[in-house]
Design a protein around this ligand. Sequence first.
Ligand code: GZL
Ligand code: ZN
Length: 331
Amino acid sequence: MNKKTLLAGFAVLGAIALTATGCAGSTDAGGDSGGGDSGSDTITVGFAQTGSESGWRSANTASMKEAFSAENGFDLIFNAADNDPAAQIAAVRDFINQGVDAIVIAPIVSDGWDDVLQEAKDAGIPVVLEDRTVSAPDDLYASWVGLDFRNEGVMAGEWAAENFGDTETNMVVLEGTTGSAPANDRAEGFDEAVEGTSIKKIDSQTGDFTRDGGKTVMEGFLQKYGVDGIDLVYAHNDDMALGAIEAIEAAGAKPGEDIKIISIDAVKDGMLALIDNKINFIVECNPLLGELAAGIVKDVLAGETVEKTYFVTDLSFTPEEAAKVIDERLY
Ligand code: GZL
Ligand code: ZN
């Protein structure tokens, strides 16, 4: 699978988005190619978002709405599926029935997409995936604008191995949504990076990427193992890490000290907890994918060739590094 790894600089991202998709700007936007009945130059796009489960998701939705705006030549039909895979597939089917020009999906889970993607293909409506991806054959979608979740897991695991790898470390994992690409890949990448170290995964459970989910699961772990029985928490996203912080503090312990925490996303609230030394290390997962996705939709409709995969590279932060950049971050 070809993938184009793009620099993470936000301003740079915009420029790359246009060059990466060969866009000279919106002048080459395809006309009405998907059977939609929109005006000659307005592109009607159905966007099936996962829901509003986390701070990351809010930033991603804002980025997508900003890019798929009327002034950029789009008529956006937005649906948030409240983390319900069946509802998300129904929303995509609805877009097909409406005869939109293109469909963008942030798939909640990887499986179950083959049929509805085939229906979109049969209707001549191109599909672009953003954020997470699917297990369906890649001829059923035009492109995936995403993040290398596996590498995010590796980056988190390498830091854990470096900092805790040579002392007996009992670790619990707060997993993302079961069946989602980030949950699968962040687990795999981390496990590979800590193989052979003395970090022992004593438990792992999904908190569904939400703050409440992280708090509830962490409360269960603390009940089961006690504060002294847990040395490290690996949270698949900041929202669950923030929930775990609440549970650890409620148990009278110090997060980031008595129990170390490693997390992924680098959203504002996560970065503030990192600067507060309640989280020890965060790997970024850049949610600002809108501009890139919009450029690719225009290219696909204009009949231009696009890459199958566009990855936005991620940074990582210690508390000191976070303090240096917190004021200039866009989310
Ligand atoms: C990752 C994204 C994940 C975030 C979570 O790209 O799909 O979903 O890590 C979000 O915060 O809920
Ligand atoms: Zn173009």
